[in-house]
Design a protein around this ligand. Structure first.
Ligand code: AMP
Ligand code: MN
Ligand code: MN
Ligand code: MN
Length: 298
């Protein structure tokens, strides 16, 4: 089955819009079908499934979406490199038949497998025996991410929750923070464009950047041809939303425009029901923002 790209109508936009979430195809807890059902219950009419570095959940999500009258936009969240930093680029309304996208996904799968082995080796050295198989059992396959290690560590009783696993072992600067050469930002945007998708800078405030560095990232993203940035993602207060909008406007001005060059996207970054920060479908486009879905309105 091929899940086609979608067009956006007033019907599509009659309820909530959520353009960033995860299923069991990557590090989410709900199956693609259960995720779509939950979105439907939350009043979502336009949902983009954006699993980390994979489109494996989209057929199942689209089948449920068709049954329930939800528009399912095919998406992905690609892991990328900006200098020495890891950043995330969401690709929205992608054509999964694209060779460039398939290559981008294969490369990341290879890097993830290599990274998972190294993370496991380091954890083993610290006495966490069976880390690789443990993480794999939580991933349900080869798409192993750090959250799968975290969940295994919780299940083993090594830590009380996944946040602690990140804080002690897996987060930035900890032993499980293994760096691999993720494809660069510009290359990532190009792969999304080759697949006819829109490239969206994910959760700008999650990278721990100063305002100056974040502005530099927005400008680089813009120069690379990026289309939008998430003005609302996950846990965020209105002051932070305005801060992102102001930086987007500054980046636009510095590129010689009198407005933001980047469109605005919104997403919950939903991973699991108990997630304290943001429920599926609970995001709203701030006043004055030009939405990324304008690209697909006829
Ligand atoms: P990976 O894709 O393997 O690099 O893992 C990144 C994922 O880990 C993110 O998409 C989040 O789902 C999760 N994550 C990152 N930081 C934390 C944290 N401090 N606590 C819990 N989960 C986190
Ligand atoms: Mn995640
Ligand atoms: Mn992310
Ligand atoms: Mn995400």
């Amino acid at each position: 089955m091929d899940t086609a790209r979608v067009t956006v109508t007033s019907d599509t936009l009659s309820g909530q819009v959520d353009l960033h979430c995860h299923s069991t195809a990557s590090d989410g807890i709900l199956s693609p079908a259960a995720l779509v059902s939950r979105a439907k219950s939350a009043g979502v009419t336009l949902l983009a499934l954006t699993d980390h570095d994979t489109v494996a959940g989209i057929d199942e999500a689209a089948a449920t979406a068709r049954e329930q009258g939800v528009t399912l936009m095919p998406g992905i969240e690609l892991t990328a490199r900006w200098g020495r930093r890891v950043i995330h680029v969401v690709g929205l309304n992608i054509d999964r038949g694209s060779d460039a996208l398939t290559d981008a996904i294969s490369e990341r799968a290879r890097l993830r497998r290599q990274r998972a082995r190294e993370i496991a080796a380091r954890l083993e050295k610290r006495g966490f025996t069976g880390a690789f198989d443990g993480a794999r059992s939580f991933s349900g396959g080869d798409e192993i991410g750090r959250p799968h290690f975290a969940r295994w560590m919780v299940a083993q009783g090594y830590v009380s929750d996944t946040a602690k696993a990140f804080k002690r072992y897996l987060g930035q600067g900890k032993i499980g923070d293994v760096s691999v050469p993720w494809p660069a930002l510009a290359e990532t945007v190009a792969a999304i464009h080759a697949a006819k998708g829109a490239a969206v800078l994910a959760h700008p405030l999650k990278y721990g950047l100063t305002r100056t560095r974040l502005l530099a990232l927005l400008k680089d993203f813009q120069s690379a041809g990026g289309d939008a940035a998430e003005v609302v993602c996950g846990q965020q207060n209105p002051v932070q939303t305005r801060e992102i909008q102001a930086l987007m406007a500054d980046a636009g001005v510095q590129a010689g425009l009198h407005r933001p060059n980047l469109l605005a996207s919104v997403g919950s970054d939903f991973h699991q029901p108990e997630q304290p920060w943001r429920a599926l479908g609970s995001v709203h486009l701030p006043v004055g923002a030009e939405p990324v879905w304008a690209l697909w309105q006829s």
